[in-house]
Design a protein around this ligand. Structure first.
Ligand SMILES: Cc1cc2nc3c(=O)[nH]c(=O)nc-3n(C[C@H](O)[C@H](O)[C@H](O)COP(=O)(O)OP(=O)(O)OC[C@H]3O[C@@H](n4cnc5c(N)ncnc54)[C@H](O)[C@@H]3O)c2cc1C
Length: 335
């Protein structure tokens, strides 16, 4: 008999060991962190969650935030609002800003960073964490291991966690970056594609498909010492390609000559190949809103423009910061 059952079917473990044991002993049970995804899914399927629910509410080990010299370690059950409350001196600014733009305060009080990572949708926070090379600790009763965030999700957006595994900690390297930028660009297909009608899209910009771009760079004098960038919004995957980043290292800024053309071509190929892989079989056209292919083409064009815009403005860190601040207020800014 579980010790901390407060009502039938709901378990409240008090530490990670107990959590792992209970998860192991109750196959098919649901881990309940903030519940914001589980409960919104439940609107369409009122019988969800059907099995035992294991709440992370009292697992204090998963609610710690520890600052180390080279990285920040965040417990999987830390709510997004707690991360924001730590401030952007400890939390890297680009991550801090992306969390601040996720949902509204009520949602951020409940939603946890672990829940966000395990949910199947792509988000700005995830895109930033990809650019930052975050590592995730996965535990089960039998083993503990760290995985790179790029290996944590399958192509369709689901996590690689097997039935008795739990995400316990997120390690975010500080890195030696002197430029950072992240942006969600909402694309209103009603204005982009003549003939598409969608009243809900016109009245609710949040329902419009989005392009996400997150980047970090180290600039010294007028050359690029290192760069990381990731794209989100083409399906559920986050797209990053280290070989393209490496090709940019050591280049003079702003990119000149044939460099921008070569880069555009590489990025176009990368995004196109990934968007084709993400197209569900038998649904090449049309997709959601009847514009899967054209939507993907528009998103790819927007992603390339944001990347070039970022590279062209790397010499002006204050401008990048100002633009981010401005864009936070004007959620819709078309590239
Ligand atoms: C109204 C609303 C607005 C939103 N707006 C935004 C937004 O602007 N930007 C954005 O990015 N997101 C947004 N979201 C999504 C929200 O961020 C996610 O629902 C949330 O991060 C999920 O976290 P949670 O703690 O609530 O997860 P839960 O709902 O508790 O869990 C989500 C999934 O992850 C699993 N899980 C949770 N923790 C663990 C763990 N430690 N180990 C293994 N599995 C685990 C659960 O079993 C479940 O399958 C919004 C959601 C709502 C309801």
């Amino acid at each position: 008999m579980p010790i901390y059952t407060k009502e039938p079917g709901v378990l409240f473990p008090r530490n990670v060991k107990e959590l792992l044991n209970q998860y192991n002993e109750n196959p098919g049970s649901v881990i309940f962190a903030g519940g914001t995804e589980i409960l919104t899914k439940g609107r369409d399927k009122p019988d969800l969650p059907a099995g035992t629910v294991i709440s992370l509410k009292y697992v204090t080990e998963l609610m710690k935030v520890v600052r180390r010299e080279r990285f920040l370690e965040i417990g999987a059950a830390v709510p997004l609002s707690k991360i924001v409350s730590i401030g952007n001196r400890v939390v890297p600014t680009v991550l801090y800003n992306s969390i601040l733009c996720s949902g509204y305060p009520g949602i951020r009080n409940l939603a946890t960073i672990g829940g966000l990572l395990c949910s199947s949708s792509a988000s700005e926070v995830l895109t930033v964490l990809h650019a930052m090379d975050a590592q995730l600790e996965v535990r089960s009763t039998l083993h503990t291991g760290w995985v790179l965030i790029s290996s944590f999700k399958k192509r369709e957006g689901k996590s690689i966690l097997s039935k008795n595994e739990i995400l316990t900690r997120i390690r975010i390297p500080y890195g030696d970056w002197n430029r950072s930028y992240s942006r969600v660009v909402r694309i209103n297909p009603v204005s982009v594609y003549p003939g598409i009608s969608g009243t809900s899209l016109q009245t609710n910009p949040e329902a419009c498909p989005a392009v996400i771009f997150s980047a970090l760079a180290r600039v010294s004098k007028d050359s690029l010492e290192d760069i990381r960038f990731a794209f989100g919004g083409l399906g559920r995957q986050i797209i990053r390609e280290r070989s393209i980043e490496i090709a940019l290292i050591g280049k003079k800024l702003p990119p000149a000559g044939r460099d921008p053309d070569i880069l555009e071509k590489q990025v176009e190929e990368l995004l196109r190949s990934r968007s084709e892989q993400g197209t569900p079989a038998g649904r090449e056209t049309p997709g959601r809103l009847g514009l899967l292919k054209s939507e993907a083409a528009y998103k790819i064009a927007a992603m390339k423009r944001i990347l070039l815009w970022f590279l062209n403005n790397l010499e002006y860190p204050d401008y990048l910061q100002q633009m981010r601040g401005l864009q936070n207020r004007q959620r819709k800014l078309y590239f």
